[in-house]
Ligand binder design. Sequence first.
Ligand code: HAM
Length: 417
Amino acid sequence: MTAPPRGTRDLLPPESARFAALERLAADAFEGAGYLRVVTPVFEATELFVRGVGESTDVVRKEMYTFPDRSGNSLTLRPEGTAPVVRALVTHSLDKRGVPVKLYYSAPMFRYERAQKGRYRQHHQLGIEAIGCDDPALDAEVVEVGWEVLRRAGVGPVTLLLNSMGHLGEECRGSYLPALREFLAGQRDRLDPDCRRRADENPLRVFDCKVPQDQAILAGAPALDAFLCSECREHFAAVRGFLGDAGIPFEVAPRLVRGFDYYTRTTFEYRSGALDWAQNALGGGGRYDGLVERLGGPALGGIGFGLGVERILLAAEAAGGAPQAPRLDCFAIPLGELVAAVRLVRSVRAAGFSADLAYGERSLKAALRHASRLGARYAAIVGAAEREAGAATLRNMDSGEQDQVAIEEVARWLSER
Ligand code: HAM
């Protein structure tokens, strides 16, 4: 029991501070665009994901952490954030207060996946969902907000892949699926058994197949774009227009179907240019018209995304732009003058600065080393001479420069620097 379970990680300083900084900058971007935070339970009824995400998806078939509770109810640790948010909207009739309902979350997700760099069994997502409106300007807003978070996070080059999967009616998806089935029937003998099963159960899911030979065969499959109805075509053109207006470059990717059954119309993925392994999707999302109804609510469409926190931090590190943890402003070093130093720390904190103290008996040298390790901007040394003068010696930890500052002036002195 000396290591956490396979595929999970302990998040420790200083990485945990970068994680917190990323969460803050994302919350600022989300709230800045009118999204409010929602917190749903870590586990839900298994049925929610089976119905919401889709029975034949990889997530539901093989990746869920599902268990009976002591009353025999089947529960599942949340593998993704959209179905729970939609469930909460339906539970509380959130749409009654006006649409779109705009919500965001920062939450752990659980998937039993093959653990490797950038792929974990517990990962964390920053996501938004905008529900109750199918205005293409809203689709573009969602894509833009995610783009902005990645930009602020300093992840380096990102390729935005964009597609429209059409609507679920007779045209669009209804006319595409028979064409896809026909293509798959012609390739049946060449397909790997797993891909063949997908073709039989839910043909769109063949695109999630991981076998390279199958991928090569599927490159010849008909693409959805040729089957879009005129309304979906116009909707997609409008989304592209708004993104162009925002100056956000994108690539149309007609085979980007993403791994969940709920997607309709706009789908997108942010791929990192800084990550050279297979897990280069920093985030993705799309529209899910039909999901609210399927989960027992009114006929409302929605769109959202999830960004992968661990991958963003890896990409930011590779790109040299990792979100910076805030530095400690002041580290007080009491040389026999503990009471004065404790008071100094209290007053500095009250003025809104971060402050800490060298607890425990220590030499000045050891305490200064500790201050460096913490990344403190200033050390405030309080010894007998300082106490007599009613002052502290403020040492700039970067330059080594020192100033005597009256105790009651320290906060003001710091604010001027
Ligand atoms: P997703 O593409 O499955 O979408 O996950 C979103 C992001 O979470 C991925 O692009 C990736 O960065 C990260 N991620 C997923 N699985 C793992 C893993 N095992 N380890 C590390 N990172 C991972 C969704 O979950 C949808 N609910 C997004 C959405 C919201 N669509 C509409 N609204």
